[in-house]
Design a protein around this ligand. Structure first.
Ligand code: DQA
Length: 143
């Protein structure tokens, strides 16, 4: 099972910025723990600060052999209709994840324009949001 773990703007600063919201582990640490937790899965890790690059990456999954996507789109989750359209077109399950509990933060974070086109959303469990998403994808993709 091949899973793309895609992270959007500012997620490269995970572990360095606002640890009260995002924890103290770096994205590299989270990624390597994910690999250890789910040895049967083949992960591709991707991070970009660019909306266009993230859309391009999501689009690439449409035709490739990737089975599903774990997506932390960062602030793009709250306003990017272009990303939403890319997810809607991908035809593979996408799990929206957030490290922080977005519903207990600023008002603008309580809206996600991508949730509706994602298979599900996991928010507020820090790095375990990614683990929970991998577990869920593994379950629904198992044949
Ligand atoms: C985030 C939440 C977003 O509101 C924020 O813009 C981020 C990170 C999270 O993982 O909690 O960059 O997606």
């Amino acid at each position: 099972m091949k899973i793309l773990v895609a992270n959007g703007p500012n997620l490269n600063l995970t572990g360095l910025r606002d640890p009260q919201f995002y924890g103290s582990d770096t994205l590299e640490t989270i990624n390597s723990e994910l690999k250890k937790e789910f040895p049967a899965m083949s992960f591709e890790f991707f991070q970009t600060n660019s909306e266009g690059e993230l859309i391009g990456k999501v689009q690439s999954v449409r035709e490739g052999d990737t089975d599903g996507i774990i997506l932390n789109a960062g602030a793009l989750s709250h306003y990017s209709y272009a990303l939403r359209d890319a997810i809607a077109a991908v035809r593979k399950p996408v799990v929206e994840v957030h490290l922080s509990q977005v519903f207990s933060r600023e008002e603008f974070r309580r809206t996600s324009v991508i949730s509706e086109v994602c298979k599900g959303t996991i928010t507020g469990f820090g790095k375990y949001s990614y683990f929970a998403a991998a577990f869920a994808l593994g379950g629904i993709l198992k044949r």
